[in-house]
Design a protein around this ligand. Structure first.
Ligand code: TC6
Length: 720
């Protein structure tokens, strides 16, 4: 894992642990033994640490964090490096991150290849750089830069690292050769001044001021997240305490984080995100054995908010797009709006003026789909109506080339029904973007019973190319995301039973959701949900009234319909579940006593006896109902693994990453406990079928060994 050789009196320790040269046990052993061997070798004048393959170590081996560890630990390796009697040079390329950067900071000199990046991403894993990174970095950069880099996890370029004093030289060309040349130029110079453990923090006298300012920012930016504050405390220690004591404080804070629930969830999320990109179909096809087609051109049908957003995603990635819209005025507006949105990106520094021009150059509008005969993929984004979508797909089937993929941005409709009107159902799939499509990272890809592996591979690959996190779902009503989301339904019932909208929003926000469910509803528009409910009722031949309490034997809440009837459509009308001060253009929700009266009135009419509802019940009702549906989704093979579900929730519904996702959260609460509460709510609310306990969950609780491993999380020490 660490190859040792001597060349020109340099001991070269080449770290070879693909894919990212993580500092696993054998690497740590190899480094330790290599440095000791080189230090004792009279033929060696200096030691060079370098990574084989694409990178210097990108950190500790995160997989080892969930197992009992084994010495030598990273700080021990580091101190052996620093105390070597020969100068140690770290030659950085690729991504020198976390423990990798710490190893470099224990070295006496650091040389970086021009394209290298360095950083401490531990905070994204709910940790701090626990091998003295929080103590050493401030000694090089000063406190402000160290605080910013460590609490944000930001990776900086070699050039910036040079400016900050993290590296001593940036080189181009052959890294090893250049490192040797640099080493020769400093050989013989005293090592003591190069040992960071012997240096002080330059601006230590300012620490309280910097700490307070940074803390204020962090508490605002990362509400509820523990690690950034611990990072900050440890950096403060680096300035206030002697080196050894600061390192002890860092160790304590690191151990607290490592044993906490947030880090467990964030480490799980790291692997879950990567696992979601791997897929298996029931027919044996998989991401490992299916090759994607190359997408060189695309069309988007429908120039509404979704269609325009999808077009932006594609052109931003250099894929030329024809945006089709029958209504010429709407098309004109959409093209103009896309220009404005990209202008906004320029203002935010996310793209240059030239990049914006390049994007707009590859975007063209068209009034009819006749122009689409040559494109590689069509994404239809018209409104959610099966008949309309089928008409479009029937036409596309005749116009497009036989190899073109035909995709629908449906959020609920059965892909098989859409594919059934085409002659090539193997080429049909769902590509469900989330609004606003050019911002939200999730792409929920859907396969039907006839969708081919090539089609699946291509849409999954396309998602990656356009910067999305792609998750695969089998077709069903609502797919993973919308089918599973029971928060809104249960929240409305809770309001009928005794809670108020702002109580529920508060509890959900305290849990970590960026916005409560009623605020979200106001933002997206009360009329959206109303249309969906009307459509559903029409399909079932039912007329909904304000007194409707059951639909087809299922409990129903007409509270939102009452808001609709009052013209309270949410933020856009200045009133919804909350009131808004439109005169001052404020989006801040204000609790409205009229809504409370409306709710009390509704309950009186329906003779619902209100009661006190605890925050615990709000969490259980909103989340456990969702989790129960998640297990049904797994049971039916709609999602292949729990990780897919959790990633959908993190990126589609902004579920707090530090809680892992609803499935991970349930595993942390304990599945037995969750199952028992689901059974209790099923008994209490027999007219809500989402409380009918999932068979898979029941089996996991009673006979876990009989459940296939992919239906349980691979990356956790989950409790049953
Ligand atoms: C630390 O260092 C603490 C130290 C103090 C100790 C006291 N460990 O992301 P990719 C796997 S904490 C284990 O697809 P990229 C990854 O799962 C750590 N495995 O590649 C994937 O496996 P798969 C601080 C790791 O080129 C494969 O490598 N460091 C680790 O898009 C490829 O990964 C970090 O947090 C790891 N550290 O991006 C860095 N890293 O193929 C975390 C990756 O089986 N890593 N794998 O799915 C990254 O940010 C990125 O992987 C990257 C490369 C930027 C290094």
């Amino acid at each position: 894992m660490v190859d040792y050789r001597v060349e020109d009196q340099f001991a070269i320790l080449e770290i070879n642990n693909p894919p990212v040269n993580a500092l696993s046990l054998h690497v740590r052993e190899g480094l330790l033994n290599g440095v000791l061997r080189a230090s004792a070798d009279n033929n060696v004048k200096a030691i060079i640490l370098i990574g084989k393959g694409k990178t210097f170590p990108s950190g500790a081996d995160i997989k080892e964090f969930s197992r009992p560890g084994k010495a030598p630990w990273l700080p021990e390796v580091g101190h052996t490096i620093e105390s070597s009697n020969k100068p140690v040079f770290s030659a950085l390329h690729g991504t020198a991150l976390g423990g990798g950067l710490e190893i470099a900071l224990f070295s006496h000199y650091r040389i970086a290849e021009k394209t290298a990046k360095v950083g401490f991403p531990e905070v994204h894993l709910g940790l701090l750089p626990g091998a003295e990174g929080t103590i050493r970095l401030p000694r090089l950069t000063g406190l402000v830069i160290a605080m910013e880099m460590i609490t944000s996890g930001r990776q900086v370029s070699a050039k910036e690292a040079l400016k900050f004093g993290i590296v001593d030289k940036v080189v181009e060309g052959n890294l090893l050769k250049e490192t040797k040349a640099f080493a020769k130029s400093v050989l013989g110079q005293p090592l003591e001044p190069r040992k960071l453990s012997l240096c002080g923090v330059k601006d230590a006298d300012q620490v309280d001021k910097y700490y307070e300012a940074a803390l204020k920012e962090l508490l605002k930016k990362y509400r509820g997240v523990i690690a950034p504050v611990s990072c900050l405390k440890s950096i403060r220690g680096s300035a206030q305490l002697p080196y050894k004591e600061a390192a002890e404080l860092e160790r304590t804070l690191f151990s607290e984080l490592m044993s906490g629930a947030q880090s467990a969830a964030l480490r799980y999320s790291f692997f879950a995100e990567r696992a979601a990109s791997r897929w298996n179909l029931p027919n044996g096809a998989s991401s490992a054995n299916s090759k994607p087609l190359t997408i060189k051109s695309a069309a988007v049908i429908g120039a509404g908010t979704m269609g325009s957003g999808i077009a932006i995603c594609l052109i931003r990635s250099g894929i030329p797009v024809i945006l089709v819209e029958q209504n010429e005025k709407m098309l004109e507006n959409a093209l103009r709006n896309i220009g404005y949105i990209l202008q906004g990106s320029v203002k935010l520094g996310r793209m240059t003026v030239d990049q914006r021009s390049d994007c707009l150059r590859i975007l063209q509008g068209a009034a009819s789909i006749e122009k689409l005969k040559d494109v590689d993929i069509v994404i239809e984004a018209v409104y959610e109506n099966l008949k309309l979508k089928q008409e479009i797909f029937e036409k596309l089937d005749k116009i497009c080339k036989p190899t073109a993929l035909l995709c629908s941005n449906t959020s609920t409709l059965d892909i098989d029904l859409i594919a059934s009107v085409t002659s090539k159902p193997d080429r049909v799939a769902g590509t469900h973007f989330f609004a606003p499509a050019y911002i939200m990272k999730l792409l929920e890809n859907i396969y039907g019973s006839k969708t081919s592996p090539i089609t699946v591979a291509t849409i999954m690959d396309l998602g990656k190319k356009i910067g999305k996190i792609s998750v695969l779902s089998k077709t069903c009503d609502g797919f993973i995301a919308n089918r599973m989301n029971k928060i809104g339904t249960e929240a409305a019932f809770l309001v009928e039973e005794g809670a108020l909208p702002h109580d529920i929003d508060q509890v959900l926000e305290d849990f970590g959701m960026p916005m409560g469910v009623f605020k979200v509803s106001d933002l997206s528009g009360i009329d959206i949900g109303w249309s969906i409910r009307q459509e559903m009722a029409k399909k079932q031949g039912i007329t909904l009234t304000l007194e409707t309490h059951y639909v087809s034997g299922e409990r129903y809440s007409s509270l939102a319909d009452r808001l609709y009837n009052l013209g309270r459509l949410g933020l856009k009308t200045g009133k919804g579940w909350y009131r808004y001060n439109n005169a001052s253009n404020s989006r801040k929700p204000i609790i409205d006593p009229d809504v409370t009266d409306m709710i009390l009135n509704h309950c009186e009419k329906l003779r619902i006896k209100r009661r006190q509802i605890s925050p615990q019940e709000i969490i259980e009702r909103c989340l456990y109902a969702t989790v129960n549906e998640g297990f049904k989704i797994l049971e039916e093979g709609v999602a292949e693994k729990p990780e897919d579900i959790d990633i959908v929730w993190q990126y589609g519904f902004s579920f707090p990453r530090y809680r892992g996702g609803p499935m991970f959260y349930a595993s942390q609460v304990g599945l037995k406990k969750v199952y028992e509460r689901i059974c209790y709510y099923h008994e209490s609310f027999p007219y809500s079928k989402h409380w009918l306990p999932s068979d898979l969950l029941k089996k996991l609780v009673s006979h876990p060994n009989e459940v296939p491993i992919n239906l349980w999380m691979n990356y956790t020490n989950s409790k049953l």
